[in-house]
Design a protein around this ligand. Structure first.
Ligand SMILES: Cc1cc2nc3c(=O)[nH]c(=O)nc-3n(C[C@H](O)[C@H](O)[C@H](O)COP(=O)(O)O)c2cc1C
Length: 182
C-alpha cells in the first residue's frame, strides 16, 4: 500500500508540516510506503492549463506520485476560511483519474479556537470534484497541538489523528482486495 501525504502550506516554518510529519511517522510505524508532496519544498508553477507545464519536473513528480498512490492524506492550513492557494494549485494539476476510488483523509491546521473547519469543508467540496473517496471522519489541529520542535504533544489530538489514519488504512486494505461487484 502506498499513501501520498500532502502538505498544502508553502510557508518555511509550516505548522501543517508538523502534521504531515506526524502522519508520516504513523504510517512508517505500520510499514506503509509514503509518497510526498509539500507545497513548501516542491515548487510548482502556477496552473495555467498549458501543455508545456506538464514537463516541469515538479509537476511530473506530483503526477507520478499521485498516480502511484493507493490513498491520500491531504493536509492544509486554513487561510481566509479555505484551503491554501498552493494546495488548490497543486490539485488543479491533477484530475479524477488520480483520485477516483482512492480513500482520502482530510486534515487541517487552523489558527486556534475553532479555526480549521472551513478549510476542511472547502477541501471536501474540491475532493468531491476529483472523485476521491473521502472519509467522513477528518482531523483538525490547533498550533497548540505541537511543541516548539514540531512534535504533536497533545494526547487528544494524537489519538484523534490515529483514529483517522487507521480508518484510512483499513478502508484502503479492503479496497485493495478488489472484490468485484457484478
Ligand atoms: C494568509 C493567512 C490567512 C489565515 N486565515 C485563517 C483563517 O481564516 N482561519 C484560521 O483559523 N486561521 C487562519 N490563519 C492562521 C493559520 O491557519 C495558522 O497560522 C496555521 O498554523 C498556518 O499553517 P502553516 O504554518 O502550515 O502555513 C491564517 C494564516 C494566514 C497566513
Amino acid at each position: 500500500m502506498k499513501v501520498m501525504v500532502m502538505n498544502g502550506s508553502p510557508r518555511d516554518k509550516s505548522m501543517t508540516r508538523n502534521l504531515t510529519n506526524t502522519v508520516t511517522d504513523q504510517l512508517d510505524e505500520k510499514g506503509i510506503e509514503v509518497l510526498t508532496f509539500d507545497a513548501g519544498f516542491h515548487n510548482l508553477p502556477l496552473f495555467k492549463g498549458r501543455k508545456e507545464d506538464l514537463d516541469h519536473p515538479e509537476v511530473q513528480r506530483l503526477i507520478t506520485n499521485a498516480t502511484k498512490a493507493d490513498a491520500f492524506v491531504i493536509c492544509s492550513p486554513e487561510y481566509h476560511n479555505g484551503m491554501s492557494g498552493a494546495l488548490k494549485n497543486a490539485l488543479d494539476f491533477l484530475g479524477g483519474s488520480h483520485f477516483k476510488s482512492k480513500p482520502t483523509a482530510l486534515a487541517s491546521v487552523g489558527g486556534g479556537g475553532k479555526g480549521g473547519i472551513n478549510a476542511l469543508n472547502n477541501m471536501r467540496t474540491v475532493m468531491r470534484g476529483l472523485y476521491a473517496l473521502v472519509l467522513p471522519d477528518q482531523f483538525c489541529a490547533d498550533p497548540t497541538c505541537f511543541d516548539e520542535k514540531g512534535y504533536m504533544v497533545e494526547t487528544n489530538a494524537k489519538e484523534r489523528l490515529t483514529i483517522v489514519v487507521n480508518e484510512l488504512v483499513s478502508l484502503t486494505s479492503v479496497i485493495e482486495k478488489k472484490i468485484e461487484v457484478k
